[in-house]
Design a protein around this ligand. Structure first.
Ligand SMILES: NC(=O)C1=CN([C@@H]2O[C@H](COP(=O)(O)OP(=O)(O)OC[C@H]3O[C@@H](n4cnc5c(N)ncnc54)[C@H](O)[C@@H]3O)[C@@H](O)[C@H]2O)C=CC1
Ligand SMILES: O=C(O)[C@H]1O[C@H](OP(=O)(O)OP(=O)(O)OC[C@H]2O[C@@H](n3ccc(=O)[nH]c3=O)[C@H](O)[C@@H]2O)[C@H](O)[C@@H](O)[C@@H]1O
Length: 441
């Protein structure tokens, strides 16, 4: 394997993981960030994001002299053969991806890139961005390659080192092969394609995942109405290999730093070529509806939300991360607070104050005097709470488990009423009649 000199610009979830993993594959990697505080912490070996194995890989890379950190992109790229752009592309005006950081860095590095360097866009960017970056660089000798990233937060290192596939797209096949060669040691299936296709793969994949989740959340609603159990339905569906078993767990809506912004950006990409992507717009609307459905369920349990005390278990957008960006838990909490509920929340990985709620560092403090408890993030620790103690602390007796995560027997034994998603009819949905008429038909 060729050892390459690599620069990684942006040391967030994707950049730091990319840098540390490429160093672990033997490359020499310099990571740059505009945030001097972050760089100084990384230089001191401090990794602030919750990613299993990442701090260890960073330490190994630094100790081996293969991984270093610098403030600003120019210094990092001056000596690089390959430059990875791992910059934020947040939701901008009207839902389109904001390419400000990508464009700023392209302008910043164009004069200092070594001859023949390859610039790799790992950020999630709309179709045409590689071409746009190439134009901004204005360097005939520098090729631009799209290499979208598919890692998940909470399992970033494992996903990076054991990917289902690596996608490399460029209109310069030689540059694409140079980038693909960096990952040879991973032994992963590698798909080479043109730049536009690679850019679209990323959005197509994330939007498909979002669609799958909205679909299953809609199925969960149907289950409640017809008296079916969503766990049985998804088990039966998921065993069909064409459907697959993953991404079939209903929840309080999907969120996180990417699915929401990427679905909106894809609607805008379609708009820009005159296509109304109705399926995707419905996917997004179904997600908002799911959040409202959770609020409706809580309201139904307590009568009125005005002045109701609600214990909130979980704030992160999923278990295994301390990332709160676009968390459905926060969206639901905000809707509850808007209706006048008094929220006391606990998340094992969140200890900072948040607007509209009191954040406490103990789950039992969150449920104390609660008229109802709502579980929004599927942290394993919530499964093993002392439910007898919870029941004795609560003012009411209902726990709404929006992840179908808790052990029904444990709650029943404690005298609590457990509500879930897609597994028992609500009082306003009498199903006996429906089952009867179906049987008679
Ligand atoms: N978070 C995730 O799980 C995944 C994210 N992506 C995509 O990767 C890209 C990066 O995402 P994250 O790593 O989550 O973002 P992040 O917000 O965690 O990190 C971005 C980093 O870039 C730095 N930065 C911003 N402007 C800069 C500049 N001008 N020069 C140098 N550094 C600068 C920021 O200080 C920050 O440290 C986005 O396009 C995202 O959609 C793709 C796959 C997974
Ligand atoms: O582009 C990105 O940033 C990444 O976005 C997602 O990864 P991530 O945001 O880490 O989160 P997921 O694990 O996909 O979960 C997204 C949301 O869906 C929810 N979800 C997931 C799975 C499921 O069965 N049910 C469910 O409600 C989660 O709770 C969470 O709110 C994709 O899974 C990654 O492949 C992609 O690289």
């Amino acid at each position: 394997m060729f050892v390459r000199r690599i620069a990684v610009v942006g040391t967030g979830y994707v950049g730091l993981t990319t840098g540390a993993c490429l160093a672990s594959l033997g490359h020499r990697v310099e990571c740059a960030d505009v945030d001097a505080l972050k760089v100084n912490r990384l230089r001191a070996g401090q990794v602030d994001i919750l990613e299993p194995g990442l701090a260890e890989l960073v330490a190994e890379g630094r100790a081996a002299g293969r991984l270093s950190f610098v403030v600003g992109a120019r210094d990092a790229v001056a000596d690089a053969e390959v430059v990875f752009l791992c910059l934020p592309t947040p939701m901008g005006a009207g839902g389109a991806a904001d390419l400000g950081a990508v464009e700023a860095v392209a302008a910043e590095i164009r004069d200092v890139l070594p001859r023949g360097a390859v610039v790799v866009c790992k950020s999630t960017v709309p179709v045409g961005t590689s071409t746009r970056v190439a134009r901004l660089l204005g360097r005939e000798d520098v090729a631009v390659v799209s290499n979208p990233e598919f890692l998940r937060e909470g399992s970033a290192v494992r996903d990076f080192l054991h990917p289902d596939r690596i996608v490399v797209g460029s209109d310069s096949p030689r540059a694409a092969e140079r980038v693909a060669a960096l990952f040879t040691r991973l032994g992963a299936p590698t798909v080479l394609m043109d730049a536009a296709s690679a850019e679209l793969v990323k959005y197509a994949a994330n939007c498909f995942l979002a669609m799958k989740l909205s679909y299953v959340n809609a199925i969960a609603e149907l289950c409640e109405l017809v008296g079916a159990d969503v766990a049985a339905v998804t088990e039966g569906m998921g065993r069909d290999r064409r459907i697959g078993r993953s991404f079939l767990a209903p929840g309080p809506g999907w969120g996180g730093s990417c699915l929401p912004k990427d679905t909106h950006a894809m609607v805008r990409i379609a708009d820009s070529v005159g296509v109304d992507f109705q399926l995707l717009r419905a996917t997004i609307e179904t997600n908002h509806r799911q959040q409202r459905r959770v609020v409706d369920k809580v309201r139904r349990e307590v009568g009125s939300l005005v002045g109701a005390r609600i214990g909130v278990l979980g704030l992160a957008f999923k278990a295994g991360t301390n990332d709160l960006r676009d968390s459905p838990a926060l969206a639901v909490a905000e809707l509850l607070a808007l209706e006048g509920a008094e929220l006391v929340a606990h998340d094992p990985e969140v200890d900072r104050p948040l607007p509209g709620m009191t954040v406490v560092d103990d789950p039992y403090a969150a449920v104390r005097d609660a008229d109802a408890v709502v579980l929004l993030t599927e942290w394993p620790a919530f499964r093993t709470l002392d439910w007898v103690l919870v029941a004795s602390l609560m003012a009411g007796s209902t726990v709404l488990d929006t992840r179908n995560h808790l052990d029904p027997d444990a709650l029943r034994r404690a005298g609590l009423v457990l509500r879930g998603l897609g597994r028992e009819p609500g009082p306003e949905h009498p199903t006996a009649g429906l089952a009867g008429s179906a049987a008679e038909a």
